[in-house]
Design a protein around this ligand. Structure first.
Ligand code: HEC
Length: 107
């Protein structure tokens, strides 16, 4: 899994930032970090649907930074009573990629 992740990150780094490669890498990263145990693209599980997050922040130009911080530090009280734990092991680059990916989720 780690090798796969490293490989897909390598692809992102070398692909001239082709958008779909980025999104595929982000989806892999989300899988590897357990995001899907609480989230899904289109329905609420423990956390909000990623499409709801994208909708809520659609007109917020600071959204990527806000979400990157929520993912890194954890979040509570914005969506309901459940809290999201912190993800301290993700790098700034990973956080940016994940935040952009969540924001690109279509309903
Ligand atoms: C243990 C369950 C859990 C896991 C694992 C989890 N989340 Fe969450 N997530 C939540 C909950 C609950 C909320 C709502 C928090 C709140 O109300 O402030 C949330 C909120 C969010 C938000 C919206 C934050 C905001 O500021 O509005 C994003 C984006 C997000 N999660 C992304 C992720 C990503 C990416 C991962 C994987 C790295 C992840 N989550 C892993 C439970 C989880």
């Amino acid at each position: 899994m780690r090798t796969l992740l490293a490989l897909s990150l390598f692809c992102v780094a070398t692909s001239g930032r082709a958008a779909n490669t980025d999104l595929a890498a982000a989806a892999e990263m989300a899988k590897a970090n357990g995001c899907y145990s609480c989230h899904a693209a289109a329905e609420k599980i423990v956390g909000p649907a990623f499409s709801s997050v994208a909708e809520k922040y659609a007109n917020d130009k600071d959204a990527a930074a806000t979400l990157a911080q929520s993912i890194q530090m954890g979040s509570k009280g914005k969506w309901g009573r459940a809290a999201m734990p912190a993800h301290p092991s993700l790098s700034a680059q990973d956080l940016k990629l994940l935040a952009g990916w969540v924001l690109s989720t279509k309903p």
